[in-house]
Design a protein around this ligand. Structure first.
Ligand code: ZN
Length: 181
């Protein structure tokens, strides 16, 4: 959970990254940045800040902001009825992102960065993404990612996004952020 003031501070901070990355937003969009702490109440380490431009029955486009070394925990986008699950293309706009997908175990040095929750991370094939780099993840691909030392801004294009149905390896994760006053 996050306090209202933590949520607002994270929104302000995310806006600084989006501005630095040259993202043009309406006044309304500037108020719509969502903060996700994944229910772990440790936003500095585990969290994402998201601005959703649109999310229709077929397509979705978002900006994802990561603070320095912040982690989006290991997850996948499952099949929903006839939909095979979200296909997602991440394109780095600013900063550095370490993306991890199936193909290797997790390097001990990386394990240090995920500290006390390392048992909830299993895929460790590292792909380093810099501005202009992009990658498409097929539906169902297990993945997680972490920003480099300066944070990151990611343009995220996908089929329909159903965040609440995403599956996470960590059983303690709650996808909807709870705000307490
Ligand atoms: Zn994903």
């Amino acid at each position: 959970m996050l306090t209202r003031s933590e949520w607002e501070a994270a929104q302000e901070r995310a806006l600084e990254y989006l501005d630095r990355a040259g993202v043009v937003m309406t006044a309304q969009e500037r108020k719509q940045i969502e903060i996700s702490d994944f229910g772990l109440s440790n936003l500095e380490t585990f969290g994402v800040q998201t601005l959703t431009y649109f999310n229709t029955d077929r397509l979705c486009a978002k900006e994802i902001v990561l603070f320095p070394f912040q982690i989006c925990p290991e997850h996948w986008h499952p099949r929903v009825g006839a939909d095979p699950g979200k296909e997602e293309t991440m394109r780095i706009r600013w900063g550095l992102v370490y993306l991890y997908i199936p193909g290797a175990g997790i390097d001990p040095l990386v394990k240090e960065r995920i500290a006390h929750r390392k048992e909830y991370f299993s895929v460790g094939k590292e792909i380093v993404l810099r501005p202009g780099d992009q990658i498409t993840l097929e539906p169902g691909t297990v993945h997680w990612f972490q920003a480099g030392p300066e944070g990151a801004v990611i343009d995220d294009y996908s089929s329909t996004s159903r965040d609440v149905l995403d599956q996470f390896t960590d059983p303690d994760i709650v996808r909807t952020t709870q705000i307490v006053d």
